[in-house]
Design a protein around this ligand. Structure first.
Ligand SMILES: C=CC1=C(C)c2cc3[nH]c(cc4nc(cc5[nH]c(cc1n2)c(C)c5CCC(=O)O)C(CCC(=O)O)=C4C)c(C)c3C=C
Ligand SMILES: [Fe+2]
Length: 430
């Protein structure tokens, strides 16, 4: 494995596939501009699967897990740093980076080198024998890392806090649970196998022991967006196609304009250039009430038809909505309180966002109602222009809000991609 000390889980079990060349070709041709990093020998796919690759490069100009085609499963974790020193924080970021490079290649944490028999193993073991499953690990820094509630700058980085990195404001109808909100650090683990995603978060949490503690986490079981034109549009738990009008990796110019932080966006935080901002919202959906709502009402609230996902103004799934088309009653077919009308770029100063959310359910509540919803994740160049105004409007005017409750909220600055030999966010500390 190209000099990497890690032992491939696949190789360990004698499963090495013959599809590496096919996989690499598929990556280059299928992804186009999606992730500018060229896979090296160790990053190449070891077996063909649905998308022709089973792993994505960890190193590159942008972190993987943003424009990377959205995988099927999510384990998202937010951490509080418990250590008080900058050196300990940097040491954690170094260790996380090394482990993430191994995990995304399908290797064991610690490289599979045998440890002391009397000591716990370096890797927890539940992913042994599993392929990389297109695991991506994406790291972010929360506002509190730069200054805690008392304004204390624990790590000497307060002066480099990006201007836009502040706790998200309280939006109308927010019913937030502090135990499901905020955090100093975050890790987004996405994979096509839930065991691989959970294994990654478990092992990164374990590495953090003594330096950072898990604050909250969220599992997601079905993507609610497409981030590449190669993907079919999935459905959310309201049964509607979600992700149709999402920004796609192939739209490189728009991704540059709306997702990546530019070098001159914030002169006091140039370390973030090439990175992005991650907005996370845990939104519970009142499934039982929705299921008792007529299809006509459901479609009017969304602004698209349920079967095809076409705008109610006519056309097919990817036809642009026409807000001027009126029904026989003289009213617009896309009503003023429909989600698609309110969220459309033409009603929001032209802003776009890269949505990367997941369906979730945590079983049922005491009344037997499904505790389910959408874990909304979006990547934006500036939350002040690309998220806060839209969410303020949706919270106040969106007809869907009758069926939704925002229970968790967080914002993180996502550093740019990681070069070999460096650790995530290194430019912030040098
Ligand atoms: C503030 C941003 C948004 C939140 C929060 C949000 C929650 C949310 N959305 C759906 C279902 C759908 N959303 C759709 C489109 C859509 N949503 C947003 C933003 C937020 N959604 C945008 C920017 C768009 C695209 C608008 C456009 O350009 O046309 C759709 C339609 C299909 C699609 O284009 O993706 C659905 C369906 C739910 C259920 C939800 C909260 C639980
Ligand atoms: Fe939406």
């Amino acid at each position: 494995m190209s000099g990497d000390p890690g032992v491939s889980r696949r190789r360990l079990f004698g499963l090495a596939g013959a599809g590496a060349a096919v996989g690499a070709a598929g990556f280059a041709g299928g992804l186009g501009v999606a992730h500018a990093a060229e896979p090296d020998a160790a990053d190449r796919a070891s077996s063909p699967d649905r998308s022709a690759v089973d792993r994505y490069p960890f190193h590159g100009p942008h972190q993987a897990g943003i424009v990377t085609p959205a995988q099927d499963r999510l384990h998202f974790a937010a951490f509080d740093v418990t250590a008080t020193g900058r050196a300990e924080l940097v040491a954690l970021l170094r260790e996380w980076t090394a482990a993430a490079a191994q995990l995304t290649r399908g290797h064991e944490v610690g490289g599979g080198t045998p440890g002391v028999y009397e000591a716990p193993p370096a890797d927890t073991g539940e992913a042994l024998g599993l392929p990389p499953s297109r695991l991506t690990l994406t790291f972010g820094f929360g506002p509190s890392l730069f200054g805690d509630v008392e304004g204390k700058d624990r790590f000497g980085i307060g002066g480099r806090r990006p201007r836009a990195l502040r706790r998200l404001p309280h939006f109308p109808k927010d019913n937030l649970d502090p135990d499901r909100s905020d955090g100093d650090l975050c890790v987004q683990a996405c994979a096509d196998d839930p065991q691989v995603a959970v294994h990654a978060i478990r092992n990164l949490s374990r590495i953090a022991f003594g330096t950072a503690a898990l604050r909250w986490s969220q599992l997601g079981f079905g993507r609610t967006s497409s981030t590449s034109t190669t993907q079919q549009t999935p459905r959310n738990l309201f049964g509607f196609k979600d992700g149709t009008a999402n920004l796609k990796a192939e739209e490189a110019r728009l991704v540059d304009e709306h997702v990546w932080v530019g070098p001159d966006d914030d002169p006091g935080a140039r370390w973030l250039a090439g990175g992005s901002y991650l907005v996370a919202r845990r939104i519970t959906m009142n499934i039982e009430t929705w299921d008792r709502t007529s299809l006509r009402e459901q479609e009017n609230l969304v602004g698209r038809d349920r079967t095809e996902g076409a705008p109610l103004s006519g056309g097919k799934e990817f036809s642009p909505p026409d807000f001027t088309v009126k029904g026989s009653d003289g009213k617009p077919l896309l009503t003023a309180d429909s989600h698609v009308r309110l969220a459309h770029p033409s009603q929001n100063d032209g802003v776009r966002m890269l949505r990367r959310g997941y369906n979730f359910t945590d079983g049922n509540d005491a009344l037997g109602r499904l505790d389910a919803g959408l874990f909304f994740v979006a990547y934006v160049r500036d939350p002040g222009t690309h998220f806060i105004p839209m969410q303020t409007k949706l919270a106040a005017q969106d007809g869907l809000m009758e069926y939704l409750q925002h229970r968790g909220s967080a914002l993180f600055a996502v550093p740019p991609g990681i070069r070999r030999g460096e650790y995530v966010g290194q430019a912030l500390f040098t």
